[in-house]
Design a protein around this ligand. Structure first.
Ligand code: BES
Ligand code: MN
Ligand code: ZN
Length: 502
């Protein structure tokens, strides 16, 4: 998909389709008003007849608008003007992309970037998010269908309106950033949507190596089982025991900054299928556990976007990848293993495997001398119960880091919400036989999972994102969402901003 920006008024655009917004009830946005004036009230006439109310996401395509140079005008409903926020902005851009694509329109000139969005002043944000929403709406996964989606005349080019020539350079940069984030999200979604029999730990390692080929700034290293044995990763390896697929510990180092800059380290849970192991999950919706590598996929997507944008910053990705399956060799409830940090763990439930692979990856992360470490994991069903599908669960040991992530969530629209990682919860992990147990009982399951990780992250600033509720959607339109790539990218971009103004 190609995007560009241009100045100029809507009635003068020679294009297949001009896109303008209509608010509820029947109120024209500024560019729609301009078209209306130029056409002698053509649009307001239609609206008065009740053809378009302005309901959020509603569309109306009109032909032969007098005194305009475009072939068609697409009116899109924006809902109540006062409530037009970042979410609504995403929705209308997505609705337009889908409409145009369905109709086989190949190009359009969109004035949606001129809409007033609640709490958003800057035009670059609008352009960036319009690009993201468009790409997101047009995403489909048909790699494994024998008949591909009919792509006769797909949407190829959208021009976004900007007010001044002075804005053009900044808006073009915003397109570039929006596209990089969108393609990072696409990579994340593609990997996550692949089934467990294709997307194995080995496949993830190959994908990482593929990124290294594409970007010289990325260095990839893959540790094999014997390397992990040597490092004493008894916890990670205990999860892999029941699987015939070899586990991998994948690291990606993106060096865009100066050598002495400490990196942001992102650790992503890469369980390519989670059956629960001997503590087998119930059968219903077990297929969804192919998404248990969404943390890993978001790390790959984020690193790929950083490399594409050539950001002047150092970021490291660490991905522990394995399957969790039952087998004669598999770890059993009650087994005790020793983690790389030396902490012994009583595995009371083999389905709490995410923390078991993350704790060794978090210990390993120390070697990169991190500025901060953020782990991203589809870690607990309890987090979905607590927060639903809107924000990711957030915990950590460093207030400024938590604050920055919350803020990046708000700006990107890919939000997270803090859960209290209080000491009071720690005793739920007490074990009579080892240093700690891998489960903390019924109560506060998302937090006790965070408590478990906190035992391994005392030496650096750390945050944990539980993305179990946000990484994929269930139901009829099920599939990966690409989250939290937008959140992580916003966090990284914000870091660069504060560095440069320091
Ligand atoms: N991958 C799951 C978490 C999960 C469950 C994510 C459902 C999304 C939807 C994780 O490995 C797991 O099984 N967690 C257990 C932990 C429990 C045994 C303490 C859970 O949440 O049930
Ligand atoms: Mn599990
Ligand atoms: Zn899991």
């Amino acid at each position: 998909m190609e995007f560009s920006v241009k100045t100029g008024t809507p009635e003068k655009q020679r294009t297949a389709c001009v896109v303008v917004g209509i608010f509820e009830s029947r109120k024209l946005s500024a560019p729609a008003q301009v078209l209306d004036d130029a056409s002698g009230g053509f649009i307001s006439h239609l609206i008065q007849r009740g053809e378009c109310e302005g309901k959020l996401g509603q569309t109306l395509l009109i032909h032969n608008v007098p005194h305009t140079l475009c072939d068609r005008v697409l009116l899109v409903g924006c809902g109540a003007e006062k409530e037009f926020d970042t979410k609504a902005f995403h929705k209308v851009n997505a609705a337009v992309a889908k409409f145009l694509d369905d109709k086989g329109a190949t190009e359009a000139f969109s004035y949606l970037t001129k809409l007033p969005v609640k709490h958003i002043e800057d035009m670059a944000w609008k352009v960036r998010h319009a690009v993201r929403a468009t790409e997101d709406a047009l995403y489909h996964f048909d790699q494994l269908k024998s008949k591909k989606k009919d792509a006769k005349q797909p949407l190829k080019h959208i021009v976004f309106s900007v007010s001044n020539r002075r804005d053009v350079a900044e808006a073009e940069q915003a397109i570039h950033i929006g596209q990089a984030i969108a393609s990072g999200m696409k990579l994340t979604k593609d990997l996550a949507n692949l089934p467990g029999n294709i997307c194995t730990p080995t496949y993830l390692a190959e994908q990482a190596k593929g990124l290294q080929k594409k970007h010289r700034s990325l260095k990839v290293n893959v540790l094999e089982q014997k390397d992990m044995e040597q490092l004493g990763m008894g916890s990670l390896l205990s999860v892999a025991r029941g699987s015939r697929q070899p586990p991998k510990l994948i690291t990606l180092e993106y060096k865009g900054g100066v050598k002495s800059d400490k990196p942001i380290v992102l650790v992503g849970k890469g369980v390519t299928f989670d059956s629960g192991g001997i503590s087998l999950k119930p059968g219903a919706a077990m297929d969804e556990m192919k998404f248990d590598m969404c943390g890993a996929a978001s790390v790959l997507g984020t690193l790929s976007a950083c490399a594409e944008l050539k950001l002047p910053i150092n970021v490291v990705g660490v991905i522990p990848a394995t399957e969790n399956l039952p087998d004669g060799q598999a770890t059993k409830p009650g087994d005790i293993v020793t983690s790389m940090a030396g902490i012994t763990i009583e595995i009371l439930n083999t389905d709490a495997e995410g923390r078991l692979i993350l704790c060794d990856a978090l210990e390993y992360a120390k070697k990169f001398n991190p500025a901060v470490v953020i782990d991203i994991a589809t870690l607990t069903g309890a987090c979905v119960i607590a927060l639903g599908a809107h924000p990711a669960g957030l915990m950590g040991n460093h207030h400024p880091l938590i604050h920055d992530l919350l803020k990046a969530g708000t700006v990107s629209g890919d939000r997270c919400w803090e859960l209290p990682l209080w000491d009071d919860y720690q005793e739920q992990l007490d074990s009579n036989f080892a240093d700690i147990a891998n489960i903390g009982g019924k109560e506060a399951g998302a937090i006790t999972a965070g408590c478990f990780l906190s035992r391994f992250t005392k030496k650096y600033h750390w945050a944990h994102l539980d993305i179990a509720g946000v990484a994929w959607k269930s139901g009829k339109d099920n599939g990966a969402t690409g989250r939290p790539v937008p959140l992580l990218m916003q966090f990284i971009l914000d870091k660069l901003q504060t560095e440069s103004t320091k």
